[in-house]
Design a protein around this ligand. Sequence first.
Ligand SMILES: Cc1cc2nc3c(=O)[nH]c(=O)nc-3n(C[C@H](O)[C@H](O)[C@H](O)COP(=O)(O)OP(=O)(O)OC[C@H]3O[C@@H](n4cnc5c(N)ncnc54)[C@H](O)[C@@H]3O)c2cc1C
Length: 549
Amino acid sequence: MSEHTREAMEYDVVIVGAGPAGLSAAIRLKQLDADLDVVVLEKGSEVGAHILSGAVLDPCGLDALIPDWKDKGAPLNVPVTDDAFYMLGEAGKIRVPNWPMPPLMSNHGNYIVSMGNVCRWMAEQAEELGVEIFPGMACSEIVYGDAGEVKGVVAGEFGKNADGTPGPGYEPGMELHGKYVFLGEGVRGSLSKEVIEKFDLSKGKEPQKFGLGMKEIWEIDPAKHKEGSVTHTMGWPLGSNAGGGSFIYHLDNNQVYVGFVVHLNYENPHLYPYMEFQRFKHHPMVAALLEGGKRVAYGARAISEGGYQSMPKMVAPGVALLGCSVGMVNVPRIKGNHNAMLSGKAAAEAAFAAMKDGRASDELTDYETDVRDGAIGEDLKKVRNVKPMWSKRGLMASLVFGGMDMWTNTFGFSAFGTLGHGKTDAEATGEAAKFKPIAYPKPDGKLSFDRLTNVSFSATNHEESQPAHLQLKDASVPVSINLPKYAGPSARYCPAGVYEFVKDDKGDDKFVINFQNCVHCKTCDIKDPSQNINWTVPQGGDGPNYPNM
Ligand SMILES: Cc1cc2nc3c(=O)[nH]c(=O)nc-3n(C[C@H](O)[C@H](O)[C@H](O)COP(=O)(O)OP(=O)(O)OC[C@H]3O[C@@H](n4cnc5c(N)ncnc54)[C@H](O)[C@@H]3O)c2cc1C
């Protein structure tokens, strides 16, 4: 046996990603048959370390999966008590009343949660049922069978040198084979991207759309804290420069989640999403809440926004895509966790039925039908036109016509049919010369912070001796194309300061990738206008270490 031969382990189902989708699938499989061999592989150092969500959780997914979740101690401790929506101007605000909102927008019955903690609890439930969960195991490759079917994944390769050759402590990792492989990698999953391309799963669908979500946890003055309060805003500071908005969720222990989402189809390459977030906190309404408090954590993650018309085909021989690997976020509700859970459950039920019939490594078409025609499809179809209206006609049109469309869809019809998204977010990026640079105020260190200081509050760590996991297809493109044509937008769209343009000894421009800072949000893979950056997994355990995000 060669020094670096990989061992293989056989399972019934191999699940990549311990998010709500992957863990729900694991739990459902073991509920259906305790003898199934099920493994979950997670790249974070522990379950929850890479989970970043809002989160207001609609418990319908958990109700379906673990109906007695309350008795089992699920960390859903803060019911939503009030729900406010504001349009912001630079110094003022207008409250949009709740009554014209379609019923689906109500947060009544939902909970403010840390999805990291919910996933930690779900992992305990899964382990009690006998699921094997391996954190710190990044899945870096798909293993294909002789007929081209997905047969498994490679996980746990460690110790490469910077040039990609095996280092002194090199571990080749293992192949984990399954009758079915579930990809629950979340938004823009690296293996999911490969599978979507290889099996042409996006054929005939609208392009997937994305936002960049950034979030801080604040501990605030108890006198200002209103446990259970949910606030959303739109308008300032983005204005007409980009779609997006903010969320402010008061959880328990005087903590508040302050988050900001920028739709990644913005045209002006000078836009700096991270600085828009920092500027937002200086709005009088937000500043009054945060003053005297302290920011205790920071992180960022892309969010899928394409909705129903952008969902790719989600099965191919031997493999099923779950949750946000498909893109199941209900955009106006900013909610995807419930659908992630429901999709994991549906995939597990389809795989269980198939294996009971002696099948393996084929397409789980029943899963796809369940998603499109069942509760997930119903949730997403009603809101399918909101995002395209916003992108093409602006915020006000989407509020008025998108609102009307959600109402009529509640009764089963739409005057607009199904609107398309058109371009990808990368293609939407315009040339720098056609747009004005934007001047951003300097962070004050009290309410707003510079990017690298904030990254230190994500507890991100990457072993520096490994190869950069952010790979350029063509190393010359950043300086030869992206810098002159788009003013080097990666220096701004990355919320972790991974990319910089510096001058070398001769005074020439040089592109630097500080991969150690990467918080695994995947924005670069999505927004790079030349589609030259490929986000791959670093070695397992690296990346952010989020607390109760
Ligand atoms: C800022 C923000 C706010 C949001 N707010 C809300 C909200 O309030 N309510 C709501 O319901 N939804 C919200 N969402 C959406 C919600 O977070 C997603 O819909 C949900 O996380 C999708 O779950 P998932 O299991 O598919 O993926 P994820 O939750 O992303 O989990 C994927 C897991 O897979 C792991 N993984 C990925 N690739 C690999 C690999 N190759 N090898 C091993 N492990 C891997 C990751 O580390 C991660 O742990 C929000 C999202 C964002 C970004």
